[in-house]
Design a binder for this molecule. Structure first.
Ligand code: PFF
Length: 448
């Protein structure tokens, strides 16, 4: 059977940016900025994204396009008869773990979208009331499981439709919409009285705040936001056609992802400051602090609907990329039909997701290595599997693949003169700087 490819450059860009831009940008990035000192965190983050993670992103695309195979098949093809296929195997399992808890938070977004539609964020509500509402919701049994199920079903439908008519088509409509929504919300927030303090917090760095923990958090977030180390970019890379410019598409994706994270912060921080709230609210920022702000600002009901719609769309384009890894593997290596593979991945992620969801309520006493199931999945993937996966992947590209092959992918056989000039530098980053920096930050996070 012929493998599908993305149709054109815009298709590649929306699919990859769709994977990158997600809950990580709208939910995780703003609360990390708040917890790690504002602009200083942003400053370190920029280095992490463009100097360290962008070359790793390119490396994943290179492995995908060179092999034109799924995450497991890619290593079997490029390094036959070696143990590297185990990295491929881990790269197939990790995204299924991530999608299971990711779709639980996707489900919360679905619920909050309906709450916004039915005007449940009522004027006069206090922040504490919103906190209680959220706590009660996530610790209940049926409502969050329903949201998780709806979200995962939506993901499955897009995947079943295929690479071109599902993933690419959905991205082409939804990604531009997402940017329009977030720009609208950011403009609304930035024009609130007192919003200036929030913008200052985002753009005026206090360099004394930078320490090892800020660096570790920034690198971890850059990994998460660019979807690295879990086989998704590799799998999408395998659908990129031979004449596509890998360096350009990867750079556009990282730039779009960064801009979106900043826009999301511009939508959130000014509002937080305008209402005199604490930016260090942590993970509750989006589901507790924001609903309170929406309830109490002019036109807040509309902004709430648009915000939670944006959250669902952003989360969906990311979860389809996670889902596709397992499906591509099952179809190509285990000869499943696309539909059969989608059903199997759905069932696994659905059951695991239910356990994650229940770990906020009835299963909250069940601990794995001292963590609830949700936190264990989150920490295992974001702090261990992703960085280690990304580290091994750059080592593979920098030290196992032939240099000529890597440069060939970066320059399309030497036919892109602009890329020829910078490919040596990027190769240097891939071979030396990225592995050393990622290993150092990973180890320091383990030690401290
Ligand atoms: N990059 C996504 C986000 O920022 O929400 C999360 C993600 C998607 C992580 C896909 C990993 C992945 F493979």
């Amino acid at each position: 059977m012929e493998r599908e490819n993305f149709g054109n450059r815009f298709g590649v860009l929306v699919a990859m940016a769709g994977s990158a831009i997600g809950l990580g940008n709208l939910w995780r990035f703003p609360y990390l900025v708040g917890s790690y000192g504002g602009a200083a965190f942003v400053f370190v983050y920029i280095f992490c994204v463009f100097l360290l993670c962008l070359p790793i992103f390119m490396s994943e695309v290179i492995v995908g396009r060179r092999s034109h195979a799924n995450a497991y098949g890619a290593f079997k093809k490029l390094a036959p008869g070696t143990k590297w296929k185990w990295l491929g195997a881990v790269s197939v399992v990790t995204p299924i773990i991530v999608v299971s808890y990711y779709s639980v938070v996707g489900g919360w977004s679905v619920e909050y979208f309906f709450k916004a539609l039915t005007l449940e964020f009522t004027a006069g509500a206090t922040q504490a009331e919103m906190g209680t509402m959220f706590g009660r919701f996530i610790s209940s049994v049926w409502a969050p499981i329903t949201g998780h199920t709806i979200f995962l079903l939506l993901t499955a439908f897009i995947i079943i439709a295929g690479v071109k008519s599902g993933i690419e088509k959905f991205g082409k409509v939804m990604m531009p919409l997402l940017f329009v929504l977030i720009i609208f919300i950011a403009v609304r927030a930035a024009t609130l009285p007192g919003a200036g303090e929030g913008l200052k917090y985002l753009f005026q760095p206090d360099f004394s705040k930078i320490d090892a923990s800020v660096c570790a958090a920034a690198l971890g977030q850059a990994f998460f936001s660019l979807s690295l180390g879990v086989g998704t970019i590799l799998t999408y890379g395998s659908y990129v056609s031979r004449n596509e410019n890998i360096i350009a598409s990867s750079t556009y994706t990282a730039t779009a992802d960064f801009l979106f994270a900043m826009l999301a912060s511009c939508a959130i921080m000014p509002a937080v400051f305008a209402f005199g709230l604490n930016p260090q609210e942590g993970p509750g920022l989006v589901f507790e602090t924001l609903p309170f702000i929406f309830a109490n600002m002019p036109l807040g009901w509309l902004v709430a609907i648009l915000f939670f719609l944006a959250l669902i769309v952003a989360a969906l384009t990311s979860s389809i990329s996670l889902y596709e890894v397992g499906v591509a593997y099952l179809v190509e290596e285990r000869k499943f039909s696309r539909r059969g593979a989608s059903v199997l991945v759905f069932l696994i992620a659905w059951v695991l997701g239910i356990l994650c969801s229940l770990s906020f309520g009835p299963l909250s006493d069940l601990h794995i290595f001292g963590q609830t199931i949700f936190n264990f999945f989150d920490k295992l993937s974001a702090n261990v599997l992703m960085p280690v996966g990304g580290l091994l992947l750059v080592i593979f590209v920098g030290w196992v693949m032939k240099k000529a092959d890597v440069l060939d992918e970066m320059t399309n056989g030497g036919s892109l003169p602009g890329n020829r000039r910078i490919s040596g530098f990027i190769y240097f980053l891939i071979r030396y700087i990225c592995p050393l920096a990622v290993a150092a930050v990973f180890l320091s996070a383990l030690i401290f």
